[in-house]
Design a protein around this ligand. Structure first.
Ligand SMILES: Cc1cc2nc3c(=O)[nH]c(=O)nc-3n(C[C@H](O)[C@H](O)[C@H](O)COP(=O)(O)OP(=O)(O)OC[C@H]3O[C@@H](n4cnc5c(N)ncnc54)[C@H](O)[C@@H]3O)c2cc1C
Length: 596
């Protein structure tokens, strides 16, 4: 079983050297997030993740959760409850929440670092506290005053946890199809009736109450997505004064049997006239849902990053240790029977691809989180608005690319182990199984790709892309005479220009044929992700010039950047050509002919 070592050195490099997080936070009025505080949080989160959560990862995988069919109660794997109690005791659930509701008001960027380490150590466990963030955001933005008073403090403190109850058997991506009903009661509450499936942390034994945010339709709801409303529906009823009452009419009907994240309870939830309260306006639940989803989508991108990091660590240790065959240049360790497999070019390809995607992905995600922080905290209205535009543009890229790259990273990790990667003993197959869900929930990769090219680009005339490219241009101009990055800038400049041109081409084709957006979307998403990473790798190399990290660390950044530009960035050529081929090759075949 591979041990987890939290990547504190690289996180410090990302936050301090590349992003200059302390000054960014100070400019937003978050002076409490000083360099010392950032380091203390990283160290303590690393300790908790490695010492408490990582040892439970295999336990959760092997034991899973247990449902008592008679009561509907769910018991989590041994150690999960105690670990959650320690997490709550340490104040981690409120790290980034508003002090108004008992949180510590730390920047979301620091929360991202915590999430990465927790998810690397134990992805299944990390889902129990994670879902509460979306519930807090939805209630904070759309809840009535009494709902904020009653629900937010216990959620932030971690005594209660949250869920997102959206999916139904016949309504996944297309939530307009959902059938759960909400009937108004005389006392202002609603009776919620329906079945939700795949509900993460829908039932468990970690917290005193579970706050379900449920999408349902009112009796007069118009058809489709415009008829959806959001309801807060707790496991134990909550009165307007915040007191917890009797069991509500809802329960877990079954636990899903699934490929990975066995330690996470994925529940079928039955609502049988459960007491719920409307959150926000009737029929406007979709807006509130997007508040929950946006927060969760960046978080899922970080889960992908976390699995990539974990797979890389396991593969690297093995590649240094496993002796097979000789280096093509002759024995590297003549006194041993064979050389470690890290000498072989193909093993190095797998390791370096993973390293480049993971460390670059960490910067990409951290940048998105700094924009999220700026959108919340910056005092200047224009800075806030631009940050909002940029983070919403970056969200589908972070969500989809980091999770798809985690599939590649965990595949590479297994492959470095050869047959031993397929055997449970080393833990590599668990990372591959666990990572797989990240490309599916919170909107599949296909849906993120459509979001990026549709809502986030076409619908806003490329506002987010323009902001990102302006930042790249600024970096190129500022480093025009910097020899450290001279080898990267011409390529970065050319790719950025091409990104703009490809966007215009797709949007022009889409004006004549609406299928063009969907046809280009997947390639457009990855093209965007790879060019964004080229920017972050150039910035990483530039940042090594003023960093106090070791020479070896800095040299590794330079060599990984060179590998990225030479061996990974060329994937954009395929994506560009594929996108430019237009919709015809995809759409020409009649649906009936697919079986011929
Ligand atoms: C372990 C697990 C945990 C989950 N946790 C939760 C949770 O806590 N709460 C919750 O509400 N849900 C949860 N889900 C549900 C998850 O979010 C959905 O499974 C996901 O959104 C996809 O919906 P679907 O499975 O119905 O697929 P479908 O919507 O049926 O999609 C099937 C395929 O069609 C594609 N597709 C659909 N529409 C389009 C389109 N317009 N354009 C292009 N392609 C399209 C999709 O990309 C996908 O490839 C969870 C699922 C799992 C497996």
């Amino acid at each position: 079983m591979s041990n987890y070592k939290a990547p504190v050195t690289d996180l410090r490099f990302a936050l301090h050297d590349v992003l200059k997080a302390e000054s960014l936070f100070a400019a937003m009025g978050l002076e409490d997030a000083s360099a010392d505080v950032i380091d203390a949080v990283l160290e303590e989160a690393a300790r908790f993740s490695t010492a408490v959560l990582a040892p439970l990862n295999a336990v959760g995988d092997q034991t899973g959760c247990k449902l008592d069919k008679a009561t509907g109660d769910v018991t989590t794997a041994p150690g999960f409850k105690e670990a959650y109690a320690q997490f709550v005791e340490g104040g981690w659930t409120g790290l980034t929440a508003s002090p108004e509701f008992g949180g510590q008001g730390m920047p979301g960027t620091l929360g991202m670092a915590l999430s990465e380490m927790v998810s690397s150590a134990n992805l299944a466990w990390s889902l129990f506290p994670m879902l509460s963030h979306g519930a807090v955001e939805a209630l904070k933005h759309y809840g009535e005053d009494w709902q904020k008073e009653a629900f937010l403090k216990p959620l932030v403190a971690g005594n209660w946890t949250g869920t997102m109850c959206l999916t139904e058997p016949h309504a996944g991506t297309d939530l307009g199809l959902l059938k759960t009903r909400a009937e108004p009661n005389a006392d202002g509450s609603y009776s919620i009736t329906g079945t939700k499936i795949f509900i993460t942390a829908g039932e468990h034994d970690l917290s005193d109450n579970i706050v379900h945010l449920v999408l349902a339709k009112l009796p007069d709801a118009p058809a489709g997505p415009k008829g959806i409303s959001l309801f807060v529906t707790p496991k134990f009823k909550v009165a307007r004064d915040g007191s917890q009452g009797e069991r509500n009419a809802l329960r877990c009907g079954a636990l899903e049997h699934k490929m990975g994240i066995h330690g996470s309870s994925t529940c079928v939830m039955n609502f049988d006239g459960a007491e719920g309260y409307l959150v926000g306006q009737p029929h406007k639940g979709l807006q509130a849902m997007f508040v929950m989803m946006n927060s969760a989508r960046l978080g899922v991108g970080v889960q992908g990053l976390a699995q990539s990091e974990r797979a890389y660590q396991g593969a690297l240790a093995y590649a240094r240790d496993r002796l097979q065959s000789r280096s093509p240049k002759g024995p590297a360790l003549p006194d041993k029977p064979a050389d470690p497999i890290i000498v072989h070019p193909d093993v190095r390809r797998m390791l370096l691809t993973t390293k480049a995607l993971t460390e670059g992905g960490r910067l990409l995600a951290a940048h998105a989180y700094t924009q999220l922080d700026a959108a919340h905290y910056a005092s200047d209205e224009k800075v806030r608005a631009d940050a909002e535009t940029l983070v919403s543009f970056l969200t589908p890229i972070v969500k989809a690319c980091l999770t798809e790259w985690s599939i590649e990273a965990t595949y590479n990790g297994q492959q470095c182990f050869g047959g031993h990667g397929y055997i449970a003993e080393h833990g590599m197959e668990q990372f591959a199984r666990d990572a797989r869900i990240t490309t599916l929930y919170e909107g599949t990769t296909g849906i993120q790709a459509l979001d990026l090219i549709g809502r986030k680009t076409a619908a806003s005339q490329g506002a987010g892309l323009k902001l990102f490219l302006a930042e790249v241009e600024q970096f190129i101009a500022a480093n025009a005479n910097n020899p450290a990055v001279a080898e990267f800038l011409p390529v970065l400049g050319a790719k950025s220009e091409e990104w703009g041109k490809l966007t215009v081409n797709v949007l022009q084709r889409a004006a004549a044929n609406p299928e063009e957006l969907g046809a280009a979307s997947w390639d457009y998403l990855f093209y965007s992700g790879y060019v964004a990473l080229a920017y972050w790798w150039a910035r990483a190399v530039a940042a090594t010039q003023t960093s106090s990290h070791t020479d070896s660390f800095k040299q590794a950044k330079l060599e990984t950047a060179r590998f990225y530009y030479a061996r990974v960035l060329p994937r954009t050529l395929t994506h560009a050509a594929s996108m430019e081929s237009g919709a015809d090759p995809l759409m020409a075949m009649d649906s009936l002919r697919f079986g011929d």
